[in-house]
Ligand binder design. Structure first.
Ligand SMILES: NC(=O)c1ccc[n+]([C@@H]2O[C@H](COP(=O)([O-])OP(=O)(O)OC[C@H]3O[C@@H](n4cnc5c(N)ncnc54)[C@H](O)[C@@H]3O)[C@@H](O)[C@H]2O)c1
Length: 370
């Protein structure tokens, strides 16, 4: 079977993303092709990945010394304690900079282990094997690593550290529940909205097949989505300007997540879908987006079969709390709130600052319909 791949060219590193549906059998072929060698490796894996799969993978990898560490993924576990656990493991087993940390899990295990890899001896080799759709199309690409602070919020401590290799196998997604699947789909959808009408129309036509994990449709959607993210990251690795487009829906979404105290009632991807819906509505109300495009996007969100809505989760009394989190977002440099909006499908606008009172007014008027 032909192995598909993409090259990511950043200033920090040049690396490949491989799309392969037989990863355990082909990992060595890929490592050989990439001339990627290490003496020791530590696989940090998500507890939902079956132990026998991890063992199979460990057996296949040719390096002489192989270890594994199981983590339970939750936002509260994305903390220094678990980073320390990884670092202590590497120290105990005398890992050098030329050895390798391999993440096998979703965005949480990926963010944690890449952060640990970035600070261990100022940077050890790092391979990401993302096992959720969200991690495959988003978190594993672009080099943002990070952990949360219990008091101050999400992803506030971290580094920019590009992986050396990303290995994507859509077979992992077979065990993902629908709730997690649509969280990843939200990022695919967001990538289409900020890139091109053609991408959006593809998703709109084949959404059912993609969400039913039909291989050829899902593979195309995943590869296209990774391409969009990689092109943006290549142009603006450190989120100085263009990369901000990736935050469409995220300023609202992060605030919703925080206002729910990062509980399972609203997970990251769900908050992003609600955030995209809010940003699209705000774009329409501010007359950046016309009614036809607005209706098309809203119809698409309906097709996702997503039951949550902002007005079911929040009441009017929560608006100030949501705005407080939006003002605290690390992407805001002044007391105004920077939003990414849409002026059309495929046409994002970045760096649009709004006074919090203006957003408050919008919430007061629109909460009932959000
Ligand atoms: N670094 C970045 O650029 C970036 C981008 C987007 C999101 N993130 C971060 O990623 C995190 C969210 O990622 P996520 O949605 O992958 O969450 P996650 O890692 O918590 O995974 C979601 C759930 O799926 C389970 N899981 C993982 N793989 C599975 C599989 N193959 N089958 C069944 N279950 C499986 C996990 O145990 C977890 O319960 C957030 O913390 C977010 O901040 C980072």
């Amino acid at each position: 079977m032909k192995i598909k791949s993409l090259k990511v060219n950043t200033k920090q590193k040049k690396y490949s993303i491989y799309f392969n549906n037989n990863l355990t059998n082909e990992i060595n072929k890929i490592l050989d092709k990439e001339r990627f060698k290490f003496e020791k490796c530590l696989i940090v894996y998500d507890s939902k990945i079956k132990r026998n799969f991890v063992e199979k993978l460990l057996k296949r990898i040719k390096s002489p010394k192989k270890y594994s560490l199981r983590l339970i993924s939750s936002e509260t576990n994305k903390n220094f304690k678990n980073v320390n656990l990884i670092i202590k493991y590497l120290l105990k087993e005398k890992f050098s900079r030329n050895d390798c940390v391999i993440s096998l899990g979703g965005g949480i295990v990926g963010d944690l282990s890449s952060f640990a890899a970035s600070i261990f001896k100022r940077g050890i080799k790092f391979i990401n094997i993302p096992t959720t759709l969200l991690a495959q199309v988003d978190a594993s690409i672009g080099g943002k690593t990070g952990i949360n602070d219990k008091v101050y919020g999400k992803n506030l401590i971290g580094t920019f550290y590009q992986p050396d290799l990303v290995l994507i196998d859509i077979n992992f997604l077979k065990t993902l529940n629908y709730r997690e699947l649509i969280c990843g789909y939200a990022e695919i959808f967001k990538h289409s909205l900020i890139s091109s009408k053609k991408n959006f129309l593809y998703l709109d036509k084949f959404i059912k097949k993609i969400l039913l994990l039909k291989k050829s449709y899902l593979t195309r959607a995943v590869i296209e989505s990774c391409k969009i993210k990689k092109e943006i990251v290549e142009k603006d690795e450190r989120e100085k300007n263009l990369r901000q487009v990736l935050n469409l829906g995220h300023t609202f979404g992060h605030a919703y997540e925080a206002a729910c105290n990062y509980t399972k009632n609203l997970n990251h991807g769900e908050a992003v879908i609600l955030g995209i819906k809010t940003a699209v509505k705000f774009s329409f109300k501010k007359k950046y987006l016309n009614k036809i495009a607005y209706n098309k996007i809203m119809m698409h969100i309906k097709k996702i079969n997503f039951k949550l809505s902002v007005n079911k989760i929040f009441k009017k009394k929560d608006i100030n709390k949501i705005l407080g989190f939006m003002l605290n977002d690390k992407k805001n440099v002044s007391s105004k709130i920077n939003l990414v909006l849409l002026k059309g499908i495929g046409s994002p606008i970045i760096n649009k600052p709004f006074h919090s009172n203006e957003i408050k007014k919008f919430f007061l008027k629109e909460l009932i319909n959000l």
